[in-house]
Design a protein around this ligand. Sequence first.
Ligand code: XMP
Length: 514
Amino acid sequence: RLLIIDFGSQVTQLIARRLRELGVFCEIRPYQSVTDAELRENPPQAVILSGGPDSVTRDGSPRAPQALFQLGVPVLGICYGQQVMMAQLGGRVEAGHHAEYGRAFVSPAPGHALDGIFAGLFQDGREEVWMSHGDRVTALAPGFAVIGTSANAPFAMIADEARRFYAVQFHPEVHHSPNGRILLENFVRLAGFTGDWTMAGYRDEAIRLIREQVGDGKVICGLSGGVDSSVAAVLIHEAIGDQLTCVFVDHGLLRQGEAAEVVAMFRDNYNIPLVHADESELFLGALEGVSDPETKRKTIGRLFIDVFQKHAAEVGGAEFLAQGTLYPDVIESVSFSGGPSVTIKSHHNVGGLPEKMGLKLVEPLRELFKDEVRALGRELGLPAQFIGRHPFPGPGLAIRCPGEITREKLEILRRADAVYIDQIRKHGLYDEIWQAFVAILPVRTVGVMGDQRTYDYACALRAVTSVDGMTADYYPFTHDFLGETATRIINEVKGINRVTYDITSKPPGTIEWE
Ligand code: XMP
């Protein structure tokens, strides 16, 4: 086990991700939760100290348990972690007038063999790295030597080879430090990890932790039909069987055939107890006449909580609520329980439910990124077409129907969307695209079909590429594809006589229309 002691960096989880890619099992713990006694009793095989927003020059700022430095295990300090090591081992850190943010270059200090953890670095003479620090080390602790320097960090890379203590000012875990992976890989090899850990290992560990947390309690899980909640539900069902009940709320804003597909997958493939709550009348009734996007979202959010609560009460006696929260949700939210991260924005999967219902959360995916959740889904045997599904927003088709929502428009939208997705699949493009959908526009336009005048809705096709949904670019379909798709939609979907393609990136647009 490799222990990551977290001082609250926004990118700590990326360290874990890189290690998982290297086949190394790791555990992330907030710094306050790790004690000297625990480290002595159950020493990890290696430790990484993360970055963090504080300054070690501030009285009362976070420290690592001092016992860590007597365990005889390799330690790697990153950014704040480096400064903590210097502060605790007898070096000096000063609050900087030499801040560095963003790209920097590290050059090797003369006279040092570039082997061990530094093997394979500086092949091109210098290393491009990503920095984000205000303070910097100004004097090394005894035993340390400089390995690399940058313009504003004379001690950008340092090492005490005898004790196997290493520290860097930059962030090797981010993409913008292209060879950071080499450094991390060298570190784990040097610590004796063989890289034999797999997603199957993650699954087993997650199952153990779910059993430990839940005991013989009951868990309810809100299913959306998306990948995250589906994978969470199947994983939890493996762990505790029928102590889990899923609630699938159909708000009448799902895509064509979606409700039936989700229900069949859970009942037929997994035999997971499932409440299928058809609440479309309630939702569509409440949305009648509503055209403001925020009012739509709030109405849906509020009803969702009420409905979920009602059906959860029927399950009876659940103490736990399972959610498919992913790491990017965690880092943007306040919910990093007791952790040291700075809050960027509050973000809830099922807004406010746990507090309102007095439920404890089970979030077995909170350390994972989307592609890792898909890998876990494959490990759990979820059908491939389910795992690869594009994300679908909680408010569903409501936010793809700008203006007033009517049943007629929803039905037209569903049919157009089905044709569009069918086209994308037929052309083998589905997996290249992060998300694709149709929005039905609140305008009718004039057309001519078979010598008749038409006066029907216009629609917009949307398809984007993205890594995490935070930024996105439009997908460059060929004109042939667009032409063929427009023809099919107009021919096959009564009610649409004009098709446009949305070529806005995010920013300045957003992916959804509302
Ligand atoms: P935007 O439109 O903000 O969307 O660029 C980014 C990603 O988030 C999805 N999305 C949501 N997902 N509840 C969700 O579960 C929501 O309220 C919601 N709004 C947007 C959107 O589909 C895209 O993948």
